[in-house]
Design a protein. Structure first.
Length: 301
């Protein structure tokens, strides 16, 4: 079932088009990653989804209808959350719960339940100021879940963390996504690949690539032949670029990455030429482009 649909979403800041006509939807039960370089428009998009920022134009509908205020359905963890460092973790959650209009007793119960869920029960009486980055971020997750939202929006939830904190929060997200629909942003492909079902790659405020993660990987997988030379072979590589079975050539130092449309033919012809012309190669390898290659290409464009 479709939970949220975004149509032609635009946000302008003066003459800057931060978000430039985004359209996508999120199905219930999915974990969606919004991937893009710094400045791509991730935060702006997520702020609009969470109702904190008014779009310049375009629409957001929730469960098939346009609603004035969808904030009750949304849990949101900002990119730079701020906590009251003098409060304990428990006090902060109870405070958040009361803001979300839970009564005192519900607030108390829900806070305890979430503290346990995010592994902070033992630290609940400690001041937030003494928490590690990972603990703060887990408290942030608990805060975002306090009113049992249907959609959890996380803006770069692991970007500011050290490797340990990163692991803690990714594991937590893996659990949360079993029960709650999640969209999170990241500029790190690896995080997107690790836990998302669907991926949306944005660049300059617009979608570059989107779809089910497995499909996207499959769809953009391309055979490449990687050849490493002992010395310069650029004149031969120049020729190779014009062959009909070659779609693209990238050269980095003495390594040529040759994208081919026909691996068997490519291997046969290139190997023959290498032997016949006695070219100084060190390595000849058949490989496939990865999502990383694709992402780098999109982001650089
Ligand atoms: N409040 C603002 N005023 C002016 N420009 C902004 C503002 N917020 C973001 N931008 C610009 O909008 C673009 C997208 O920013 P942002 O959504 O923060 O990207 P991301 O989260 O992907 O790094 C950037 O060019 C940024 O400089
Ligand atoms: Mg951001």
């Amino acid at each position: 079932m479709e939970l949220l649909r975004v149509t032609n979403l635009v946000k302008k800041y003066g003459s800057t088009n931060a978000v430039n006509g985004l359209s996508f939807h999120i199905d219930e039960g999915r974990c969606v990653s919004l991937l893009g370089a710094n400045g791509a428009g991730k935060t702006t998009t997520l702020k609009m989804l969470s109702g904190l920022l008014e779009p310049t134009s375009g629409s957001i509908s929730f469960q098939g209808t346009k609603q004035k205020d969808i904030r009750q359905y949304i849990g949101y963890l900002p990119q730079y959350p701020s906590f009251f460092n003098w409060m304990s973790g428990k006090e902060f959650l109870v405070f958040t719960a009361e803001l979300a209009k839970l009564n005192r007793k519900e607030a108390e119960e829900r806070s305890e339940e979430l503290l346990e869920r995010v592994g902070l029960l033992d630290a609940k009486k400690r001041k937030i100021g003494g928490y590690s980055g990972g603990m703060k971020q887990r408290l942030g997750l608990a805060q975002a879940l306090i009113h049992r939202p249907k959609l959890l929006i996380l803006d770069e939830p692991v970007s500011a963390l050290d490797p340990l904190g990163r692991r803690e929060v990714l594991d937590m997200m893996r659990e949360i996504k079993q029960e709650t629909t999640v969209i999170f942003s990241t500029h790190v492909l690896h995080d997107a690949q690790e836990i998302s079902d669907d991926i949306i790659i944005i660049n300059e405020g617009d979608i570059a690539i989107s779809g089910e993660l497995e499909n996207v990987i499959e769809q953009y997988r391309q055979p490449i032949i990687q050849i490493e030379f002992d010395s310069d072979a650029s004149s031969w590589i120049k020729e190779v670029e014009s062959y009909s079975f070659v779609s693209e050539v990238n050269i980095q130092g003495n390594v040529a990455n040759i994208s081919v449309t026909d691996m068997a033919k490519g291997r046969h012809i290139l190997l023959n030429e290498i032997v016949n012309q006695n070219l100084p190669i060190r390595k000849f390898e058949l490989a496939q482009t990865t999502l990383e290659d694709l992402f780098m290409k999109v982001v650089k464009a």
